[in-house]
Design a protein around this ligand. Structure first.
Ligand SMILES: [Zn+2]
Length: 279
């Protein structure tokens, strides 16, 4: 999550209030649209002229985010992503299956190439329930290859489904993808590509996000952060154990649209416990 950069919430009240997490565009301008409440996962532009924008490479790459993004939490102790080691994950009998309420009636509002990832923003309607609290789906985006690793294995692609609740607490569902059979939902999503950096294209078509989830919904969960500046902590992560399958061509098509290796490296757990739904 998918920034001198601070986490910013802009509220607008309109009849068709939609929440969207929007990555800031290359211009370093905060990006807001009509009828959209933008929760910027990215930076704000107060002094964009004076310092470089963060990237995934070289002097502005992940190892330098904390210097570049002075106000960020990128040096925090509860950061994401992490390597998840199955035998170290605690079986937690108090965990429940995630309540996922994705409808086939909810529309994708638009797709953006924000220079860090390809992001599809959803209209209001899809949500999950975590600890009795409703968290609305805002957007999905991709990392190639994956940010989280499972038992040290990095997958070809990781999809982040970003949710926000009424207290602006973020929960991200993470789905890994392996290369294999073609995925029809990905064929649909990629119909809207290519997209130039900084460009947004309206979609306005219903999309059933359930189609992008693995059948087996067992998961690991831990307390982490946004994986992009400002690296805000307090993010609840739910990483599905089972990957979905998409074709090599589908991975490549997304890869071409995103910065090379748009992932952040493994962050130390610093005593955090990764839990899993007891089998
Ligand atoms: Zn992400």
């Amino acid at each position: 999550m998918s920034f001198s950069y601070e986490f910013e919430i802009i509220m607008k009240t309109k009849a068709t209030l939609i929440i969207a997490i929007v990555f800031t565009l290359l211009s370093c301008k905060n990006y807001t649209k009509n009828n959209i409440v933008a929760v910027s996962e990215h930076e704000k532009s107060n002094n964009s002229e004076e310092h470089p924008h963060w990237t995934y490479m070289g002097e502005t790459g992940p190892e330098h985010w904390a210097e570049i993004e002075k106000q960020s939490s990128c040096e925090g102790k509860r950061q994401s992503p992490v390597n998840i080691i199955d035998i170290d994950a605690t079986n937690d009998t108090s965990l429940n299956p995630i309540t996922i309420n994705y409808s086939n009636d909810v529309k994708i509002h638009d797709v953006t190439n924000n220079g860090h990832s390809i992001q599809y923003s959803f209209e209001k309607g899809d949500y999950i329930v975590v600890d009795g609290k409703k968290k609305e789906l805002v957007q999905i985006h991709f990392h190639e290859p994956s940010e989280h690793t499972l038992n040290g294995i990095r997958f070809p692609l990781e999809m982040h489904m970003v949710h926000v609740d009424s207290d602006n607490k973020i929960a991200v569902l993470s789905v890994m993808a392996t290369e294999g059979k073609n995925s029809e939902p990905f064929t649909f999503l990629e119909k809207y590509l290519p997209l130039k950096t900084g460009a947004t294209k309206p979609v306005n078509v219903k999309f059933d996000l359930n189609l992008n989830l693995p059948k087996n919904k067992s998961y690991y969960t831990y307390d982490g952060s946004l994986t992009t500046p400002p690296c805000t902590e307090g993010v609840s992560w739910f990483v599905f154990k089972t990957p979905i399958t998409i074709s090599v061509g589908q991975v490549k098509q997304l890869q071409k649209q995103m910065p090379l290796n748009n992932y952040r490296n493994e962050q130390p757990l610093n005593g955090r416990i990764i839990k899993q739904l007891a089998q």
